[in-house]
Design a protein around this ligand. Structure first.
Ligand SMILES: [Zn+2]
Length: 104
């Protein structure tokens, strides 16, 4: 059945339980990855506790910036994506020059 063949009055609210195991796992994996990226990007856990309130976090949300072209990225942007940006836009530049925060 295609979407066009579905009678709008016949649509019921859908929940995870309605999906096939495989579809459900796909969504759960996606959610987990998103959650981990958000957590890792917005909060810092130290031995003293978790640093970073939601408000401060939002301000920092776009805090990753390429120092070369000043393009901003979500705080959830992974190191891989930063490297991809450097390779694509500034192939002759060191990735740490674009994104000094990656330096450990
Ligand atoms: Zn750049």
């Amino acid at each position: 059945m295609t979407k066009l063949e579905i009678d709008p009055t016949n649509i019921l609210p859908i929940s995870l339980e309605d999906l096939y195991e495989e579809q459900r796992r796909e969504i759960e994996q996606h959610l987990k990855a998103t959650q981990e990226a958000l957590l890792a990007g917005c909060f810092i856990k130290t031995r003293q506790g978790v640093v970073g309130s939601q408000l401060e976090t939002n301000k920092k949300a776009m805090s990753i910036q390429c120092k070369v072209c000043m393009q901003t990225f979500m705080c959830t942007t992974s190191e891989v994506k930063c490297r991809e940006h450097t390779e694509a836009k500034h192939p002759k530049t060191d990735v740490y020059q674009c994104f000094p925060h990656l330096k450990k």
